[in-house]
Write a protein that binds this ligand. Sequence first.
Ligand code: CUA
Length: 349
Amino acid sequence: MKFDFSSVLPPAATELAHSWDHLYWFLFIVCVVFFAVVMVPLAIFIFKYRKKPGRKTDPIAHNTPLEIVWTAIPTVIVMIIFAWGWLVWRDMVDRVPENAMEVHVVAESWAWTFQYSDGRIEKNRLVVPVDTPVKLKMTSKMGDVLHSFYVPNFRVKKDLVPGLYTQVFFTSTKVGRNIFFCTEYCGLGHSAMWGEVVVLSKPDYQMWQYGKDVPLPEWIGVGGLAERMKAGEASGLKEKSLFASVSAESAENMKDRGKILFRKMGCVACHSNDGSTSIGPSMKNLYGSERLLAGGESQIADDNYIRQSIENPQSKLSKGYEDKLMPPYPGHLSELELNALVAYIKSLQ
Ligand code: CUA
């Protein structure tokens, strides 16, 4: 009987999954080889040098060549593992193509919210087109705990932290439904904190985006769980088509929502959006620029900086605005509103 190695791991539904799998099998083989290298001589020596009447062992101080070999070889191997792991990890979080589609993810105990730039909101279900780079900009609700987003079929996993944006990136190569889990123990409802990533063909995705319901594709793998969910579907427990909660046409996109908030929250009283000087720094061309801070250091105005400056403005005051203190806004805005406000500020280029 031939052993099917591909059945050991979940199906691979991204390019990245193959990269992780190669590293996984390398680690596995290294472990098997070293297990044998240690255990086989151990078994032989136990037998060969067992206690016998009249036999006395010579005292052994050390053996320099042997010690050099058993230090050098493992050092090389762990450095290979480090470098290889770092390269694949970088592909997962950092090497995001310019044209990647961005979706915001907000985790809270114990649910997931996906916020699209055109304003659509999905609960516990992320819908993406096939063969399209997708960047997830993720955070956990303020005051909540750590969660972690894990899609086994994609081999993608990243923590979500309150008050901070983290990101992860993938390109799914297979149409189908993929289960995802929270993989950071987060309390009572942790085991129920899962959902699905639905990967649609590009035409189907467009239909869905504009509010048409499209047939749900098949589940991809994940052993017994997918089977149980299929059974649930057969008995009518799970819906068969995918409905868009709000269509792209009717939704208020994130930028526009942010613009309204900018007015409503009173930001506009101190910050202009056209470059003119006011009580606070202008928001025009702020995103991506280098900010000189009151303390003398500088900082690139990225998503995390903008977010932090809204929630806790005093933490990184801009030079020249030290005495014009803005009140902190934690808790005044929901995560979705905060994302929208950042999107608006980002758009003022
Ligand atoms: Cu959220 Cu575990």
